[in-house]
Ligand binder design. Structure first.
Ligand code: GTP
Ligand code: MG
Length: 375
């Protein structure tokens, strides 16, 4: 792929091409005005100018988001894509059994060799069925889903809508349907509590059909499973159906490139500093990788999986807890890996500075967006 050269960049940055060449030389990149530059070099340069020229890059934080989006798009076109586990959010009305279902999955669907090690709670975990993985976001409820969506983090592939068979469609059931539909995320209906004497799954199904969730038996394409989260009845079937839905969606990712991901939750740990639970979405994240996460940056110091085990790498749809950031990011922040620490640091510092300046300035010259748009 042909990148821009120093002349093009000079125009964009309102600088003499010679200055760009000199600047690059200072950064250790030998080039002339016409030689096309690779993406990393351009990132490096952009970051350098953001810092040195103290230019306001953008009103909001969208430049890392832009980079993330570009990488995401590129990955989706890559020939190196392989199947990845679906990412599932459980939603439903209060007391319909979301937590009970998540707990059951967490405790019964962890394969033997992995069991016993759940020491820390991280914001998501993986369940195994027939040697295939499913990632569940461990923040049941609408707040998590809509907050993520509000920040443009559409990380959920499938919504499991839990509806209690003895209670039926309730306000938050409808809300969940609306959320999922506006996000264009397919819904799998889990009619829960079928062990209860008053359970009437058929009635619930009929109610849900009014919301255009038509089961296959009635000529629709919505998957329904009647379960009991309490006894475990048909919970395996639910997992099978999630995997089936995932197959239909052909969920894929490219694990062979630099990682991108999204923060699920983050906090400050007394002993370990900033800690972030991230969902890796493309590429592979390794210990030592330089990363920018929202307005923070660093190098991955440790990675812990959902079993509390230390891991050296994380691949698409895998949730991991990472340390090594210089500050605590926010949930829904994007993670982007960089090739070298200097770039990550420059971009990270620029972003931190940018966040500081955000309220004070509104000059707009150069954005990473329009820089990359021309590539
Ligand atoms: P919120 O987090 O408050 O929205 O509720 P929730 O959807 O997480 O429901 P939760 O899992 O806490 O379940 C509510 C109650 O229903 C608890 O007392 C559960 O034990 C019970 N429950 C959940 N699933 C089942 C089930 O399959 N059968 C029966 N009999 N009870 C269930
Ligand atoms: Mg709950």
């Amino acid at each position: 792929e042909e990148g821009m050269n120093a002349q093009d960049l000079g125009k964009l940055l309102h600088r003499e091409p010679a200055e760009i060449v000199k600047k690059l030389f200072m950064l250790g990149v030998m080039t002339n005005q016409n030689q096309s530059l690779d993406k990393d070099t351009i990132e490096l340069l952009a970051a350098e100018y953001n810092i040195d020229a103290k230019q306001k890059v953008h009103e909001d934080i969208s430049d890392i988001d832009t980079l993330y989006n570009k990488r995401m798009e590129a990955s989706k076109k890559s020939k190196n894509q392989v199947k990845r586990p679906p990412v599932v959010t459980i939603m439903g009305h209060v007391d319909h059994g979301k937590t009970t279902l998540l707990d059951r999955l967490r405790h019964t669907h962890v394969s033997a060799h992995e069991a016993g090690g759940i020491t820390q709670k991280i914001g998501a975990y993986q369940v195994r069925l027939d040697n295939r993985l499913i990632t569940f976001l461990d923040t049941p409820g609408h707040a998590a889903f809509s907050n993520m969506r509000a920040r443009g983090a559409e990380i959920t592939d499938i919504v499991v809508l839990v509806v209690a068979a003895d209670d039926g469609v309730m306000p938050q059931t409808v809300e969940a349907i609306d959320h999922a539909k506006s996000a264009k995320v397919p819904i799998i209906v889990a009619i829960n509590k079928i062990d209860k004497p008053g359970a009437n799954p058929q009635h619930v199904t009929e109610e849900l059909m009014k919301y255009n969730l038509i089961p296959e038996d009635y000529g629709g394409d919505t998957i329904y499973v009647n379960i009991s989260a309490k006894t475990g009845q048909n919970v395996d079937d639910l997992l099978q159906m999630i995997l089936l839905q995932a197959d239909v969606m052909e969920l894929k990712a490219n694990p062979t490139e630099m990682a991108i991901g999204t923060v699920i939750e983050a906090r400050l740990s007394r002993g370990r500093g900033p800690v972030a639970d991230v969902l890796i979405q493309q590429g592979t994240l390794n210990i030592g990788d330089p990363i920018v996460v929202g307005d923070t940056f660093g190098r991955v110091r440790t990675m812990t999986n959902d079993r509390g085990r230390q891991v050296k790498k994380a691949t698409p749809s895998e949730p991991v807890e990472i340390t090594g950031l210089n500050d605590v990011p926010e949930s829904a922040d994007k993670l982007v890996e960089f090739k070298d620490e200097k770039t990550a640091r420059s971009v990270g510092e620029a972003r931190a500075q940018q966040a500081l300046q955000k309220s004070r300035e509104n000059v707009q010259h150069v954005t990473l967006d329009n820089l990359f748009d021309t590539m």
